[in-house]
Design a protein around this ligand. Sequence first.
Ligand code: ZN
Length: 245
Amino acid sequence: MSKMKRFYSEMRKGKNERSSSSTGSFEMFKITESELSDELDQEVLQGHGEKKEIELEQKIKKLAYHIREIIKVIGDDPEREGLKKTPERYSKALIEILSGYFSNPDGEVNGAIFSSDYKGLVFVGNIKFFSLCEHHMLPFFGTASIAYLPKNKIIGLSKIPRIIKVFASRLQVQERLTEEIGNFIEKTVQAEGVAVYISAYHLCLAMRGARKEDVVMETLFFSGKFKSDWEIKRIFLEKINKTDK
Ligand code: ZN
């Protein structure tokens, strides 16, 4: 399969080649921008692409048109050498950054829910994520820590960073991102309770407006036993204090 086809098919499935390191960090698509551009020309523009690929190519073209207009309005020349390919480049980057619109969290879990008698706490901490704030379309990024108390089901460990990535790869506010992750894990694992903690830097706060470059926003989600059982809540909060830097 060509890199282009793989890019599209992984985009649709919301799948990324990423490392499964214990830090939970994920990598971007392993395709360079020039490779993407070359293969777009060869496969899509010559009409050999599938319908979905053509749709995506049209989206990129449409986006690039508007980005060119933005550059003009700002007062620069989109035809000068350094900016000539920027609209296309930025469009492809945007499609990649917002890949959550092309995938869904159920697809990411892909049935990796297993029976288990384990009744203890499951904690996955310090998972790095990147998102775009929906108010300014500027990045916010940080770490998420998730815990749940299984009833009789557990979720494949590698699925948790993937779930976070799908929800983060959409225009978001941190509050909703936190709730969407929590509600989805609760529904999918049918746990006794779920806790989510997110801590993130917002470039819209650091680069503009108040210019508070070192302010971190923290959000918490609790459901089930994490709401009613103070001891479990305390254990979670202690863990995030240890994990979060
Ligand atoms: Zn913002």
